[in-house]
Design a protein around this ligand. Structure first.
Ligand code: BGC
Length: 792
């Protein structure tokens, strides 16, 4: 039976009711919250469906031969000592070799001879679907060669609700549409190599603070979301991922409407397995399971890293005593093994975990060698994710200057003898600290007198963030390395001072480059969005050098108002997290061998307070101290939608980025697609992702893009739609043509039924309203010169 609580349906009113209770006695039992997340049972069994049919039949045949114990074994992780983040045990009797599942979405963690790929934020800012797919395929090949069956990524949750969120950088963007498009490409890329993806963290996993229970005896934070916001914002990119065929989804640590992510029958049985018709399996985040029977009945299918605490023998007992029907366990095993067959892992796959063990004295080669294509993907991926936001006085590109001076702690590779903040976290992970233990340790650290959370990686340049998404590449080129090589070619004298907080600039420097960074890692949220140390460094150099170029590696928004108006700060490059080819890509851009083409995938404010209540994580408070609450009262208005609604002008808006050339957009055309269902409601059968016709085209929009400048480059035309009753504009299309000087290309955006619909909470369906839809096309969310109307 499906019940709808007041909170679920009335959204913000329900949240207000919760807040009104805030003066009463401290809540000590979670029975207080019963009903806030509707109960949806039983868990839907997989049905196969067109794309999964053959694999499903094979899995059913295999599972039919299994005893209850054997089925349960497939559902729980074991530690095989392989170095994989988690392992499914083998079944020798049935020739099932088990599976290795490993982190993460920016490259393979915790092993040797692998690459660090541009991180999620970097891919998001490249707005390039083709590159996202190629990056996925390159990572997939690498994971396969190491015997990793499941890549634990990509990340679309967090959705960047909290500007200081510690894990935003692992995800692509603060916009659900952009995030979903790039996640779908990534999934298809990875899975094309026969490696499964685990789209994570489902769902509304927006802050690191109190993400797990156990910190000061509190439960994990609850993300309290109304039904409309859930569908239109948080579910959106997961829906794209299900449609793209992700084999599995990772349920998240925190609670959703006060029910744990991996025990939430509404989000798992209801939304994922019923509404979206998801045919894959649900894997727990590490130690995110807090109950046995409840998680089984709510629709979780696999527990990591260990099955023994709540499942294993307990699940067998639960089946024997009737608490869990055996059919549920059969469905878990069938879903897991269908995915295994679906990607050919029964025939063409290396032994699980074969290349993973990490031993510096005896590096493990990958089983098949490397793919030379990966090099260009790594380099192009790095180049396209930089965003140039300021470039005055003809500062960039550089033209063989005679003298350049370099400054800042972030220009060189980290010194391995002095571990920095990222290394500390990676170290804790590698040596077995559980995520819960890590969170408590960090909480203790935060509270100890005088301690400061790391906000910059002072020990060296940053090519990625920290925690389970951190990577340790075998090969890495730092900005300083690459600049030294280039300077030698040009006979440029390169001076540097990387240590002095207030350095002196050598006279005659034609350009000065200051390197800084903004660090973030899993386990805690960022303490601030800028730091005085780096701002002072920039201002000190700018005081002595008329062309000061600021290169910031940033794991999330980094404010620049501390120096942006200094007349000598003539160029600013958000360099995000480029991965292995950090230095090489930077030199190509600084010297104009490539024109910058990235666009911000999030909003950069002028000051922290401009983000309003979306700046910081919610803290445990008052009556709900033991059950921290995070009320998503802003509804669908995140990032640029929030700035638009509250009339706050950003420093650099979502979608903004400069180039070395210029573009002109013209000839907007808007056309209704004739034929098919044009009614208010989708009528199609449920396929993975939702009703089939939710993805049918309703309108086509086209625009001409012309390179009007002197050098080749790529532009990102962006389409925003004003849906009646919704935010003034929402991204609903983008492309990235690369154009020679003078070249012109027509790009077309397809608007599907979903793109134009809103979630109707009463009908529990997507509704295509009748009315006028504003169409805006341009090159950023605030530079939209082409306007039109679509009538539905
Ligand atoms: C993280 C996941 C990660 C897992 C395995 C968890 O703490 O939240 O993103 O995949 O650990 O390392």
């Amino acid at each position: 039976m499906v019940t709808h609580s007041r909170l679920w349906l009335s959204g913000v009113a329900g949240l207000a009711a919760l807040a009104a209770a805030a003066n009463d006695a401290i809540i000590t039992s979670d029975t207080y919250f019963y009903g806030q997340s509707p109960a949806v049972y039983p868990s839907p069994e997989m049905t196969g469906g067109a794309e999964w049919a053959a694999a499903y039949e094979k899995a059913k045949a295999l599972v039919a031969q299994m005893s209850l114990e054997e089925k349960v074994n497939v559902t729980g992780g074991v530690d095989l000592g392989t170095g994989c983040s988690g392992s499914v045990p083998p079944n020798k009797r049935l020739n099932f070799p088990g599976m290795c599942v490993s982190d993460a979405s920016n490259g393979l963690r915790n092993t040797d001879l692998v690459n660090a790929y541009p991180a999620g934020i970097h891919v998001g800012s490249s707005w390039n679907k083709d590159l996202a797919r190629r990056r996925g395929a390159a990572m997939g090949g690498e994971f396969r060669r190491k015997g990793v069956n499941v890549l634990l990524g990509p990340v679309v949750g967090p959705a960047w609700r909290v500007a200081r969120g510690g894990r935003n950088w692992e995800a692509f963007s603060a916009d659900s549409y952009l995030s979903g498009s790039l996640a779908a490409q990534t999934i298809q890329g990875v899975q094309s190599e026969g490696v499964q993806t685990s789209l994570k963290h489902y769902i509304a996993n927006e802050q690191e603070l109190n993400r797990n229970p156990g910190v000061d005896e509190a439960q994990a934070v609850s993300s309290n979301i109304d039904d409309k916001t859930m569908h239109e914002v948080y579910l959106w990119p997961f829906q794209d991922g299900v449609r793209a065929g992700t084999s599995n989804i990772m349920c998240s640590y925190q609670r959703i409407n006060n029910s744990y992510g991996c025990a939430n029958s509404k989000t798992l049985n209801g939304i994922l397995k019923t509404e979206l018709g998801f045919q894959g399996f649900v894997m727990s985040d590490w130690d995110a399971q807090h109950a046995g029977v409840a998680t089984a009945l709510a629709g979780m299918d696999m527990v990591m890293p260990s099955g023994s605490k709540f499942w294993g023998s307990h699940l067998i007992e639960a089946v024997r005593n009737g608490s869990v029907p055996e059919s549920r366990v059969t469905d878990m095993a069938t879903r897991i093994l269908t995915a295994w067959y679906q990607f050919g892992q029964d025939t063409k796959f290396p032994k699980p975990g074969i290349g993973m063990p990490y031993d510096v004295r005896q590096p493990h080669e990958t089983v098949e060698g490397r793919d030379p294509q990966d090099r260009s993907t790594l380099l192009e991926g790095a180049i396209e994710g930089y965003v140039l936001v300021k470039n005055t006085n003809e500062t960039l590109p550089l033209r063989s200057p005679r003298v350049i001076s370099l400054f800042g702690y972030s220009a060189r590779s980290a010194d391995s003898s002095s571990p920095g903040p990222g290394d500390m976290l990676i170290y804790l992970w590698r040596y077995g600290m559980t995520p819960v233990g890590l969170d408590s340790a960090l909480a203790g650290l935060i509270k100890s007198p005088g301690s400061r959370l790391p906000d910059i990686a002072i020990n060296g340049t940053m090519m990625g963030g920290g925690g389970s998404g951190g990577t340790t590449p075998a090969v890495f080129v730092s900005p300083y390395d690459a600049l030294s090589v280039r300077a030698a070619q040009d006979d440029t004298a390169l001076y540097h001072d990387f240590g002095t907080p207030k350095p002196a600039v050598v006279g005659g420097s034609e350009a000065c480059i200051v390197f800084g960074n903004a660090w973030a890692a899993e386990g805690y949220d960022r303490p601030r969005l800028s730091d005085n140390f780096t701002d002072t460094l920039v201002n000190t150099v700018a005081g002595q050098c008329s062309k000061t170029i600021v290169v910031l590696h940033n794991a999330g928004p980094r404010l620049v108002d501390g120096f942006v108006d200094h007349p000598n700060v003539t160029a600013i490059l958000f360099s995000h997290l480029p991965g292995r080819e950090s230095g090489t890509s930077l030199v190509k851009l600084l010297y104009g061998e490539a024109s910058p083409s990235g666009k911000l995938s999030y909003t950069v404010a002028r000051q922290e307070s401009d983000y309003g209540h979306l700046l910081k994580p919610d803290e445990p408070a008052g009556r709900f101290k033991k059950f921290p609450q995070s009320d998503f009262t802003e509804g669908v208005y995140l990032d640029y939608k929030y700035f638009d609604k509250h009339n706050v002008s950003p420093r650099y808006e979502f979608g903004f980025g400069l180039s070395y050339t210029t573009f002109h957009l013209a000839n907007l055309s808007i056309q209704r697609v004739q034929g098919g269902n044009s009614g208010e409601w989708p009528l199609g059968a449920i396929v993975p992702g939702g009703p089939a016709d939710l993805f049918h085209d309703i309108a086509l929009v086209a625009v001409e893009v012309r390179n009007t400048g002197n050098v080749a480059g790529a532009e990102v035309p962006q389409l925003y739609v004003g849906i009646p009753g919704g935010p003034a504009k929402q991204l609903r299309g983008f492309d990235k043509p690369f154009l020679q000087p003078g070249e012109v290309r027509t790009v077309q955006f397809r608007l599907t039924r979903r793109d134009l619909s809103t979630w109707d909470t009463a009908a529990q369906k997507w509704r295509l309203q009748r009315g006028q839809y504003a169409i805006h096309v341009g090159t950023s969310s605030r530079d939209l010169p082409l306007q039109g109307t679509l009538t539905i």
